[in-house]
Ligand binder design. Structure first.
Ligand code: R5P
Length: 283
């Protein structure tokens, strides 16, 4: 088995290679003066299984991924597995307004055109881990929330809270993995201008709280939730997510302890996805 990767997923790919006994495949990638991307597979893959570990944060990442998958097929790989920790455009998973493109469906279908198998991590359009299908494409959706739970398991008097009901299953997966209570925040209108968020049932007074969500983009959701929980008497508040996009940088979190996985590597990527990727690839 050969493992190919892009720069953003290199560290992750090397961990997988070490644990699986696979070999790291080589490719050449360059950008032409007009901005177009060039990909060439340098390792002989004829008749071999090729695993491409390649996260995506922007359009260039996607193009490089598609060219890599396609070239591996053209080079005669007998199976091409696409491991894409963060699928870009995953939050546009329906037409929220009439006429909108369902970007997540489009992206997944294009990737599927060039891959025999797609593995991702906590895709926003799935409610649970495991084999599932979206937009007509079969995907193995791995769940990184137990890993996030493990990261915080030594925090005393811990409670894991999701920022809204839609994210409840994330807090549940992390909480169950380490046997700690979990809940989600509900919005409560105080007056015409004030909306408060508070845990649905759990009393968090004096507890150390970790707020978990799948994605942090601007950070607005998490910062608001952290403020609310502190106001309601949480002893401390920490934040964790799988996919840290951090579109406004990380300084906006001030002294808040923020942790994400290496699905998109940043200086806050303190939880590696390697254990779940290795398990899936060995299965
Ligand atoms: C929403 O659908 C996601 O699960 C996150 O809650 C959202 O992406 C967070 O966005 P932001 O960090 O910009 O508040």
């Amino acid at each position: 088995m050969f493992v190919f990767c892009n720069k953003k997923s290199e560290a992750l790919a090397k961990e997988v290679v070490k644990a699986t006994g696979a070999q790291l495949g080589e490719k050449e990638v360059k950008v032409f003066p007009d901005g177009e991307t060039y990909v060439r597979i340098l390792t002989k893959v004829t008749g071999k299984k090729a695993v491409v570990i390649h996260t995506t944060k922007n359009n260039d990442d996607l193009i490089e991924l598609l060219f890599t998958l396609s070239a591996l097929r053209d080079c005669g790989a007998h199976a091409v597995v696409c491991v894409i920790p963060h699928i870009l455009y995953q939050r546009q998973d329906e037409a929220f307004k009439e006429g909108e493109a369902v970007s997540a469906k489009v992206i997944l279908n294009i990737i599927n055109r060039y891959a025999d198998e797609i593995i991702t991590v906590n895709a926003h359009f799935f409610d649970e881990g495991g084999k599932s299908s979206f937009g007509g494409v079969k995907v193995l959706n791995l769940d990184a929330f137990p890993l996030l739970g493990e990261h915080f398991k030594n925090v005393p008097d811990l409670a894991i809270i999701a920022p809204d009901e839609g994210a409840m299953h994330y807090a549940e997966a992390a909480g169950k993995a380490i046997g700690c209570p979990h809940d989600y925040l509900i919005k409560k209108r105080i007056d015409g201008e004030t909306v408060e968020m508070q845990p649905k049932a759990l009393d968090i007074k004096g507890r150390n709280v970790v707020i978990l969500d799948d994605i942090i983009s601007t950070g607005g959701t998490m910062i608001k939730a952290a403020e609310m929980l502190k106001k309601q008497g949480a002893k401390s508040v920490r934040i964790g997510c799988v996919h840290g996009l951090f579109t406004k940088g990380v300084d906006i979190f001030g002294k808040l302890d923020v942790v994400c996985t290496d699905s998109l590597p940043t200086k806050l990527s303190k939880v590696s996805l390697a254990p779940i990727l290795i398990k899936a690839l060995k299965a």
